[in-house]
Design a protein around this ligand. Structure first.
Ligand code: ZN
Length: 122
């Protein structure tokens, strides 16, 4: 099994073409799709992290939660925070790491698993 480290918390298993947690090995989905589909996702009010400063509701060095959310991504097995990003409310998941899986497999000498032959009808 060849595991390639992609980020601090993300690996891929080349033979199986799967994202996995670097810490616990949990499967996070197909390496040909966004790893975020396999993560636990938490949306946070940005004012919890960037505390407003001063009395003004509008000018306070924080973010307006109607315009910005902090989205956190966790491993569903060990709960390590894999990543986070700042997005407008309701924004679809971003696909931030799109790998050329075939090129990686070729680079590491991994051949695709042989496809099963279809059964002959009797
Ligand atoms: Zn994990």
């Amino acid at each position: 099994m060849i595991r390639i480290r992609i980020t601090e918390y993300l690996d891929i298993e080349l033979e199986r073409e799967r994202w996995c947690c670097n810490r616990c090995g949990a499967d996070l989905g197909s390496a040909r799709e966004p790893w975020k589909k396999g993560a636990l996702i938490r949306e946070r009010d940005p004012r919890e992290i960037h505390l407003p400063i001063g009395p003004s509701k509008e000018f306070n060095f924080s973010f307006d939660p109607d315009w910005m959310r902090i989205v956190e991504f966790y491993c569903p097995k060990c709960a390590v925070m894999i990543d986070n990003e700042y997005l407008p409310p309701g924004h679809p998941l971003t696909w931030d790491i799109q790998l050329d899986v075939d090129a990686l497999k070729a680079k590491h000498g991994v051949t695709s698993a042989p496809k099963r032959r279809a059964r002959r009808p009797r």
